[in-house]
Ligand binder design. Structure first.
Ligand code: SAH
Ligand code: MG
Length: 209
């Protein structure tokens, strides 16, 4: 197997804060390697940079760019008192969640600052004036049905033919988790724009046809 830059990072990706399993990260890396030959990649929901590292290293190896979109104020489940709240990321001065500081620290350590462009904003606002065709879009932002639907509808038309749509947290069984990402995954197939490629753990990969 050819060696890749993931093995050369100065930290163990497993130790980063985040919500991504190792097999899912590897699959994102592999997909982004191929997709960067088509165009730059974009992720929605960077949090502290775990998925960004997998995608960003692949883009760097292919001399391409990853746009990393996140308002960095956290999703509903990250707010104080909620299940996935991390007090380390709470900014006392503003009374808001702020994952951007940790995200920047990780990008600097991973030497990804010349290949990852952070966009600290709401996904649908970023999409509203977007024009660049993309090799890959990874959706891992808000998990309410309206957020997930908005992300899918805002970005689906920017994926170039042959490019990849990746969706995280797909749980066909409602007992395993929220249904919004699974709903947009089904919607993507139903739209006729995408073909199912594979599902790795809770990560769904589709190709723009
Ligand atoms: N991919 C990350 C986990 C993402 S968690 C990892 O690998 O660990 C979901 C993220 O989506 C949060 O950081 C939250 O701030 C962001 N988010 C939620 N709704 C958003 C929106 N409308 N626009 C931009 N970012 C959003
Ligand atoms: Mg997720």
């Amino acid at each position: 197997m050819p060696t890749n830059k993931l093995a050369e990072l100065p930290f163990n990706i497993k130790d980063l804060k985040g919500f991504l399993a190792e097999d899912e990260g590897r699959a994102l890396y592999d997909a982004a390697k191929k997709a960067s030959k088509i165009g730059p990649c974009l992720e929605i929901g960077s949090y502290c940079g775990k998925s960004t590292v997998y995608l960003g290293v692949a883009c760097k190896e292919e001399n391409n760019i990853l746009y990393a979109v996140d308002h960095h104020s956290g999703s509903e489940e990250h707010q104080p008192g909620e299940e996935y709240h991390d007090p380390d990321l709470y900014d006392e001065r503003t009374g808001l969640m702020d994952s951007f500081r940790e995200f920047r620290r990780v990008m600097r350590l991973a030497k990804l600052e010349k290949n990852v462009i952070p966009i600290v904003s709401d996904s649908s606002l970023v999409a509203s004036k977007w024009t660049t065709p993309l090799g890959m879009v990874f959706i891992d932002g808000g998990h309410s049905l309206s957020s997930a639907m908005t992300d899918f509808n805002s970005w689906k038309n920017y994926i170039a033919v042959g490019g990849i749509l990746a969706i995280h947290d797909i749980f066909p069984n409602p007992e395993d988790g929220g249904q919004a990402p699974f709903t947009i995954w089904k919607q993507a197939i139903k739209s006729g724009l995408f073909k199912k490629l594979s599902t790795i753990n809770s990560l769904g990969l589709l190709r723009r046809i």
